[in-house]
Design a protein around this ligand. Structure first.
Ligand code: FAD
Length: 465
């Protein structure tokens, strides 16, 4: 093929090369095919769009392929921990539906208490708008988007990867990223069809007139109603997201009927008509040594099983893995022979460490839910520490130590809270959560006394002099 024809093919449908440093790559057409893109990313969820944005920003020719068309629905509570905002270097204020300052906790809808913070402990978004924003940000940096195109397979050779799209089209790239979520076909192929262990969630969304005006600013988590999981109620502006998530599923649990019982018993959403109800897998992190890359293919987000086994939170891990995968591809294209293997190393030094502790902790905590609930209720430090984990200022190992200590004290009959800060934040910046309240409620009356407009008292947990 002549150079002129090759250049014509290269320029057709692609953006102008932003970075002269990678321009030469495109003249290295090999094996009769043209390396049309440096990187193709399957799936434009938060993982895919973050990877695409980083790659495009660094000057790589980047293509995002998404089977749906934006704005598309994704079953999700939509809760973003403050870590997510730290990871994203652009303003997402326009898509935030609710800002959260209180976490209400119940055990089988009884024995309520609240963790209240003066600083936001999270934000809730509609995934339609959040994911669309992230995708647009990737496009702004120069990534191309194929919408409504489903990837059905890929073929890797020495120099690149041919990606097949439903309908017969094929695109070629140097590196392929599987960001295609919980049911990832890229992960299945990479892992030789091995089934990944996953949790499961049943969720629904309802509307309640006037909710927006009431400025609903709490999330409600209920433990003990389902083995190895919890129920949630999150506000999303005028929409309320509810669900039951089971992180380690066991046989014989009818999630749908538990969900119906759960939402039927919470007085402030009783009678609400639930829409968009569905089951959806939760690919939680597991101790199995699953590959996250092989040859020229990398997995990010849910496709790489990065959901937190303690909380079911996935978005912050998704965004961080997308950035790490992008960095690895950039260094590989720059000539670093070990560029791609550095992706696993980066995950191991960061996310895997925390998720491994979270996994051990989750297995213990969900096995004895009542005991751990009582420990959490009686120990302000744990609540404060947990908020710091969500903010990215502390790690699970500190939480784990404090929880074990709390359980020991409880079993010895000493349930009085310890009012000091035993965890080591090392060189990390000081916690923004210096003040929270643990607000106990009337335990006699259960859910009927648990209203969204309960009075709150925020008090300092600073050590007593
Ligand atoms: C019910 C529920 C509630 C949750 N609540 C929360 C929460 O409140 N907070 C939180 O942090 N996490 C939550 N999670 C987890 C969170 O939703 C995921 O961790 C997150 O969406 C993962 O992002 P991702 O980009 O990896 O995958 P996804 O968001 O699933 O995106 C994958 C994309 O790939 C596309 N795709 C799939 N296959 C193909 C294909 N073959 N070709 C082309 N495109 C394809 C899909 O259409 C999709 O757009 C929840 C999960 C569930 C199920």
């Amino acid at each position: 093929m002549s150079l002129t024809i090759r250049l014509f093919i290269i320029s057709k449908g692609f953006h102008i090369d932003k970075s002269p440093c990678y321009g030469s790559v495109y003249l290295d057409a090999i094996g009769g095919g043209v390396l049309e893109y440096d990187v193709i990313i399957v799936g434009a969820g938060p993982a895919g769009s973050t990877t695409a944005r980083l790659c495009a920003k660094k000057g790589l020719r980047t293509l995002l392929i998404e089977k749906d068309r934006f704005p598309r629905y994704k079953p999700c509570g939509g809760y973003l921990s403050p870590r997510v905002l730290r990871e994203l270097d652009f303003d997402i204020g326009g898509v935030i539906e609710s800002s959260i300052s209180e976490m209400k906790l119940t055990f089988r809808l009884k024995d309520p208490f609240s963790i209240v913070s003066q600083d936001p402990i999270g934000y809730v978004v509609m995934r339609e708008s959040f994911d669309h924003l992230l995708c647009r940000k990737a496009q702004d940096e120069g990534a191309d988007l194929y919408e409504g195109r489903r990837v059905v397979g890929f073929q890797e050779d020495m120099e690149g990867v041919d990606v097949s799209i439903k309908g017969g089209e094929s695109v070629r790239c140097r590196y392929l990223v599987g960001a295609d979520g919980a049911r990832s076909i890229v992960a299945q192929s990479l892992r030789g069809g091995v089934m990944r262990r996953a949790g499961v969630a049943f969720q629904g969304e309802g509307r309640l007139a006037g909710v927006k005006q009431r400025r609903w600013s709490f999330v409600h988590l209920d433990f003990g109603g389902v083995p190895y999981g919890y129920g949630w109620i999150f506000p999303k502006g005028s929409v309320v997201s509810t669900g039951i998530g089971v992180l380690f599923p066991s046989k014989g649990v009818n999630l749908k009927s538990r969900f119906e019982r759960f939402i039927g018993c919470v007085d402030y959403i009783k009678g609400m008509n639930m829409e968009r109800t569905c089951f959806y897998p939760l690919p939680v992190f597991s101790a199995e040594d699953l590959p996250v890359s092989k040859g020229r293919v990398l997995l990010v987000g849910d496709a790489a099983n990065l959901i937190d086994p303690m909380t079911g939170e996935g978005i912050s891990y998704t965004v961080r893995s997308g950035k790490m995968a992008g960095e690895a591809i950039v260094s590989a294209i720059k000539g670093d022979q070990k560029g791609i293997s550095r992706y696993r190393e980066a995950l191991e030094c960061t996310l895997f460490q925390d998720l491994t502790v979270a996994l051990k902790l989750a297995k213990a905590v969900y096995r004895f839910p009542k005991l751990t609930y009582n420990v959490l209720k009686s120990n302000k430090n744990l609540g404060l520490l947990y908020l710091n984990i969500l903010a990215g200022n502390a790690h699970y190992d500190a939480f784990s130590r404090e929880m074990v200590e709390g359980i020991r004290r409880r079993l010895r009959g000493k349930s009085r809270p310890r009012l000091h800060y035993p965890w080591n934040l090392g060189k990390r910046r000081p916690t923004p959560f210096s003040s929270i309240g643990i607000n106990g409620h009337d335990t006699e009356h259960g859910p009927s006394h648990f209203h969204s407009n309960d009075s709150k008292e925020v008090f300092s947990t600073k050590p007593r002099k």
